[in-house]
Design a protein around this ligand. Structure first.
Ligand SMILES: [Zn+2]
Length: 359
């Protein structure tokens, strides 16, 4: 990663400026000194590094300075596993923001460890995801359980898994609440896709809930979208069967569109409160039926406008499924309209509530 650097002369001229409160005169000087638009934007947002006076790459963070610092510290820790060491080191060297840094954490530092989910740490980039929505739970570091020798990804604790949230609170969730959850999940997924990643194991157990907001997690399985899976990986179908897209069940490669299929199943689950195919065994017969067009079904009434989107997401033809970026915009609109008395969404939500009350 080559960095455009400011000359000593340029630094000298601007070092006393207040980066986010420039006078008109200072602004035009900046325009002259920093020709690269992205760099200029970064200056106005993040200021100069207090150590070397180059333009920060993130808040109080200049990649070159920080990576030097991390590199000097490499000799002071090891996970005991070469691959894990490399994985952490790479993240530390390439991070442009604090949020993308992960660390090796001593197990002794933990109290009350809570295991959320098991994941497989693949040598990809859990941190490549640009966290602009804040809805993808970030990993702080990696630690190792000395008893089991398992590596663990350390994350910020949320209230509970989304599945638990649905189990406990479903009856009190309004359609507006559900639309907020759908908005969060689709927005987080958009962040992942936008970063060129595929979630690869997108199911309700990988979603967390905190005060009515849903977060995406278990990015351990995220793989860069342009990395072709190896022959071995291809034979292995990841994921929880009800959420796996029919094309993947048939042996095709997992794509961002397959994540969207998983999203459709998740959306149905959020709307009805029921885990998909909860009343039939998850076996090869179910897989066959899904390939032949089976989708979750229930008597629980979903407002048509919401169901139409779900129906597109789980279309058998991946090219007909909406993109994550479209999804979160659609849900944002529906969420807004759902609160507006007499809007079509509001009417459909009311009607659905009345039907569901009776049954
Ligand atoms: Zn610096």
């Amino acid at each position: 990663m080559d960095e455009i650097k400011l000359s000593d002369d340029a630094i000298e001229q601007i070092k006393d400026f207040v980066h986010d409160d420039l006078t008109e005169e200072q602004n035009s000087l900046i325009d002259k000194l920093i020709l690269n638009e992205k760099l200029k934007e970064r200056y106005k947002k993040y200021d100069l590094c207090y150590k070397c006076s180059q333009i920060n790459t993130g808040r109080n963070y200049y990649r070159s300075c920080k990576s030097k610092y991390f590199q000097q510290n490499f000799k002071n820790w090891t996970s005991g596993n070469h691959k894990v060491d490399e994985f952490i080191q790479k993240a530390q060297l390439e991070a442009e923001h604090y949020v993308k840094v992960i660390e090796w954490i001593d197990y002794d530092k933990f109290e009350d460890i809570e295991y959320l989910a098991k994941g497989v740490l693949i040598e990809s980039n859990i941190l490549a995801c640009d966290p602009s929505s804040g809805l993808v739970v970030r990993c702080f570091g990696i630690a190792k359980d000395p008893k089991t020798n398992n590596f663990m990804m350390v994350m910020k604790l949320k209230e509970c898994s989304l599945r638990q949230h649905l189990d406990i609170n479903f009856d009190s969730l309004s359609w507006h609440d559900k639309l907020i959850l759908l908005y969060c999940v689709s927005y987080g997924l958009d962040d992942i896709h936008n970063s060129g990643l595929i979630h690869h194991d997108f199911h309700c157990g990988n979603l967390l809930s905190n005060f009515g907001i849903a977060y995406i997690t278990d990015l351990g399985l995220c793989q860069l979208a342009n990395v072709k899976s190896s022959q071995n990986d291809k034979e292995k179908i990841y994921g929880v069967l009800p959420y796996v897209a029919p094309e993947v069940l048939r042996g095709k490669e997992y794509t961002q569109e397959s994540d969207i299929y998983g999203f459709g199943i998740i959306a149905y689950e959020i709307c009805t409160g029921l885990p998909p195919y909860h009343d039939i065994p998850h076996d090869e017969f179910l897989a066959m039926k899904i390939c032949n067009g089976l989708r979750p079904k229930s008597n629980y009434k979903i407002p048509q406008l919401i169901f139409d989107i779900i129906n597109q997401c789980w279309d058998a033809d991946p090219s007909k499924r909406p993109k994550a970026v479209e999804l979160h915009k659609l849900y944002d609109d529906l969420r807004y309209n759902c609160g507006k008395v007499d809007s079509a969404t509001w009417k459909q939500a009311k009607e659905a509530d009345e039907i569901n009350k009776k049954s």
